[in-house]
Design a protein around this ligand. Structure first.
Ligand SMILES: *Cc1c(COP(=O)(O)O)cnc(C)c1O
Length: 355
């Protein structure tokens, strides 16, 4: 007799809630850390021509050699390091987790952090161990070192700066974790354009360090391109888990083209960094708001009855992210992405009206 899905699908998958992406049509969209600026007309035209001439009847270059050469230069990847590319860095998190998913293996991170670290561990049937951050969202190094000793994690994820809190962890604390970890430590630099700090130049010093980047937050979220840099001894194995044509023809061509104009992306990032500082000051002037320091293109803030404030912002056409209820440390927390000056002003006005 045919079984029901409940009898076939793994329990941990049955227990999951689907990742919910709210409908943002017609809204001021400040929920997903996207860059609000498009590329100049001339670059968009060049991308159109490239797409029109692309050989989409052929499979992509499985090694993405030309794109990788361009990335090495723009990301200043040290000469001893290799690259693995993913369909977004989400896919790289998945490749890494799949590669270490022995029975009993542990993947470790901090909490609160980027939810995909835990979710992908669940997808891969690996136990995820989340070490709580301190109340000010800094790393609890002693707790982390004790957890590493006790659980011997195969893989540790640290986002630098952290999402959704926005802060950079202390460099020396990360170095202690690198020295103590028995396995891989991934420093996830998704917000590098806004933090302007990196562990890339420490790859030679820490053989178990892998640095992850993405083009998503700096203006190319729709292309889906993630990058992992690190020692060939690790990456050779991670690359075996990668599906052969994971980065498609159009993404390879478009990313290579846009990276020839990386000064444009840097200009946009500089505008957003300045916008973040202005928004930080504005937020602090709203009664009852506690805004946390941010080195990313978003700001986490706490406000009484956050869920109601979130709903009222939505009614006024401004979509941000409600984190209340997602983790005890994020009670009454909301996260807003830095947009254009006009979008930021709309948000602040709606927030003043909502409190
Ligand atoms: C957004 C984000 C990612 C995922 O980025 P994609 O490359 O778009 O998959 C990874 N890590 C962190 C910390 C993020 O915030």
């Amino acid at each position: 007799m045919a079984k029901k899905p409940e009898d076939i699908i793994r329990d941990e998958i049955l227990a999951l809630k689907a990742y919910h992406v709210p409908d943002a049509s017609g809204m001021t969209k400040l929920d997903a850390m996207e860059n609000p600026y498009r590329l100049p007309e001339a670059v968009r035209g060049a991308l159109g021509a490239l797409a029109g001439n692309a050989e989409i009847n052929r499979y992509p270059d499985p090694g993405a050699q030309r794109l990788k050469a361009r990335l090495r230069e723009t990301l200043q990847v040290p000469s001893g390091a290799d690259l693995v590319l993913g369909n977004g860095s989400d896919e790289i998190i998945q490749m890494l987790t799949m590669a270490v998913a022995r029975p009993g293996a542990v993947v470790m991170g901090v909490e609160p952090a980027f939810v995909m670290f835990r979710m992908i561990a669940t997808f891969c049937g690996v136990r995820f161990s989340g070490v709580p951050l301190k109340p000010d969202f800094s790393l609890d190094v002693d707790a982390m070192l004790a957890a590493i000793r006790a659980e011997q994690p195969a893989l540790i994820f640290l986002a630098y700066p952290n999402n959704p809190t926005g802060n950079l962890f202390d460099d020396a604390a990360i170095e202690r974790i690198l020295a103590a970890a028995p396995g891989i430590v991934v420093v996830d630099e998704a917000y590098h354009a806004f933090a302007q700090r990196t562990f890339m130049d420490r790859l030679a010093r820490f053989p178990n360090l892998l640095v992850m980047r993405t083009l998503s937050k700096s203006g190319l979220a729709g292309l889906r391109l993630g990058i992992l840099a690190g020692a060939p001894a690790w990456l050779a194995h991670i690359d075996k888990v990668r599906l052969p044509y994971n980065v498609n023809v159009l993404t390879q061509l478009a990313a290579e083209k846009v990276l020839q104009h990386d000064a444009l992306l840097e200009e946009q990032a500089a505008v957003l960094r300045a916008g973040r500082e202005r928004m930080q000051a504005e937020l602090k002037s709203v009664a009852g708001v506690t805004a946390y320091p941010s080195a990313a293109n978003f700001i986490l803030f706490r406000i009484a009855r956050a869920a109601a404030v979130f709903d009222r912002l939505k009614q006024r056409g401004v979509l941000i992210k409600n984190l209340d209820g997602s983790h005890p440390a994020l009670a009454d927390c909301l996260r807003v992405t830095v947009g254009t000056p006009d979008e930021n002003a709309q948000f602040i006005a709606a927030l003043r009206a909502a409190v």
